[in-house]
Write a protein that binds this ligand. Structure first.
Ligand SMILES: Nc1ccn([C@@H]2O[C@H](COP(=O)(O)OP(=O)(O)OP(=O)(O)O)[C@@H](O)[C@H]2O)c(=O)n1
Ligand SMILES: [Ca+2]
Length: 469
């Protein structure tokens, strides 16, 4: 009675066999398929050279080859010499990048060199100086896949620096400054030149962006010096430099920029002496004089007759915003506009001799210019871009956005390598271990069900004759 009827055994064995085969097949597929790439090809790399007006920065991006999207990226950066200073020696510009490029060649495994894209993007400084073709030849000589050197337009510089959809971007360079944000009040109809449209992750964005050439920190400083030397003065008392600061400057050197074209006095002396007086209020007045607030043919303007819609959302400020405000200890989110003013009032009045003692390792050129830099930032934000005490709270000073150095380089590379997804992404693929686990669990459950069915089948068939009896 306990023994199964011999006629039904093959069915049980058959079903159990299928279960075992299914199990083995599933586990085999799980283990063999979808394996992670071998170590040597696991990562991809991309190199971008940011040839700015005051420096060149090298960015080496590295990301998992399976994630050719916006995630899992790490950067290595290196500061290289500025190529704009090689205007009269193009060959030297190419050579000057050698050391940096050798570093890049070390960071990227040699097996990946050939397929690693290399871009050079030049910004404001190069728009002013145009010494670009010089470096192209030099960059061809490296083992990377060189995809060209080009000058970014102002809107490109602004919009590629704009990283997060909901957050505006403020970039302050040496020669130019950019403001970019999404505004519900802007569709480009007023000022089409300020509109950049994007389709990102399935959403459309109308981005307002403007780049002010000659309003980067260095060129703005030159503009203030030009205001004070227009009649060929031999000495200038400058409120933006510290008391006791004294420096002899050459006229030809100061006016050697297209930003001051036509402003140079007719017959200036060779030099002028710059004497610091360290007065924040005077410095702010001086800085205001380089902005034109009178003409605006739109409903609203920032300055120099440039259209700007109402500010909206939060902002991230980087580059010189970060260098200057970080030095002045003003990057904390709790810092108010009044705190900034108070700090600058005190800081600008600090004697130059004392400052040098307090900061023996800070580069002298930078140290001398933080009073100007801080006052310029405050004036640019409030008078220029119309930030108020209230909206100033919406600005965060950052060095990095999503783990990569803030700036336009990452957006530029992602765009040129077609790695910015226009449409929303599918759910990300399972990692290998997760994939294997799911397959094994599924296989085991399947096998148990089949075995259980086989057991039930056998029981039913075994008991049938007895019931009849
Ligand atoms: N530790 C530092 C580094 C830089 N700077 C200043 O920051 C300004 C802008 O630097 P950067 O963002 O590097 O400008 P570039 O990209 O070279 O200029 P642009 O974008 O206008 O081409 C310059 O005035 C530079 O003197 C600073 O005060 N402290
Ligand atoms: Ca820059």
């Amino acid at each position: 009675m306990k023994e199964a009827s011999p006629g039904y055994r093959p069915v049980t064995v058959f079903v159990a066999g299928i279960a075992v085969i299914a199990l083995v097949a599933l586990v085999t597929v799980a283990v063999v398929q979808n394996k992670p790439l071998p170590k040597s090809t696991r990562y991809r790399y991309g190199i971008v050279l940011d040839a700015g007006s005051s420096h060149t920065a090298l960015y080496v991006y590295k990301w998992p080859a399976e994630k050719d999207n916006n995630t899992g990226r790490v950067t290595q950066t290196e500061s290289c010499p500025g190529i704009s200073s090689y205007a009269s020696n193009p060959q030297g510009a190419g050579d000057s990048l050698r050391e940096c490029m050798l570093k890049a060649a070390k960071w990227v495994p040699s097996s990946r060199h050939g397929e690693t894209p290399l871009y050079l993007g030049a910004t404001a400084g190069m728009r002013l100086l145009n010494v670009l073709s010089a470096v192209e030849g030099a960059l061809h000589s490296y083992p990377f896949s060189f995809r060209g050197a080009r000058i970014l337009s102002g809107p490109e510089e602004g919009s590629f620096g704009w990283g997060q959809a909901t957050t505006g971007a403020l970039d302050l360079g040496g020669a130019s400054t950019q403001i970019s944000f999404v505004s519900a009040h802007f569709n480009g109809s007023q000022s089409p030149g300020n509109l950049m449209t994007f389709r990102l992750y399935g959403n459309d964005y109308d981005l307002y962006t403007h780049s002010f050439l000659c309003y980067g920190k260095d060129q703005a400083l030159r503009q203030t010096l030009a205001r004070q030397t227009q009649s060929g003065q031999s000495s200038v008392s400058d409120p933006c430099f510290h008391p006791g600061y004294i420096r002899v400057r050459e006229y030809s050197d100061l006016y050697n920029t297209p930003c001051l074209a036509d402003l140079a006095p007719r017959t200036p002396p060779t030099n002028f002496t710059l004497l610091g007086t360290g007065n924040f209020q005077g410095c702010q007045e001086l800085i205001k004089s380089i902005f034109n607030f009178t003409q605006c043919r739109y409903s609203r303007c920032s300055f120099n007759g440039v259209y700007q819609p109402q500010l909206q959302g939060s902002f991230e400020a980087f580059s010189a915003y970060n260098y200057v405000l970080d030095f002045l200890n003003l990057t904390d989110t709790s810092v108010s506009l009044e705190d900034v003013k108070a700090r600058l009032r005190e800081y600008c009045a600090t004697p130059w001799s004392l400052l040098q003692k307090q900061h023996p390792t800070t580069k002298r050129k930078y140290l001398a210019e933080y009073c100007f830099g801080g006052t310029y930032i405050l004036t640019l934000l409030t008078e220029g871009f119309n930030f108020t005490a209230d909206t100033y709270k919406d600005i965060t000073v950052v060095r990095q956005i999503k783990g990569s150095d803030a700036g336009w380089t990452l957006g530029y590379m992602l765009n040129l390598t077609n790695m910015i997804p226009a449409e929303a992404q599918d759910t990300p693929p399972l990692p290998y271990a997760g994939y294997v686990s799911v397959m094994v669990v599924t296989a085991v459950v399947l096998a148990l069900i089949l075995l259980f069915l086989a057991y039930r089948l056998q029981r039913t068939h075994c008991s049938k004759p007895h019931k009849i009896v």
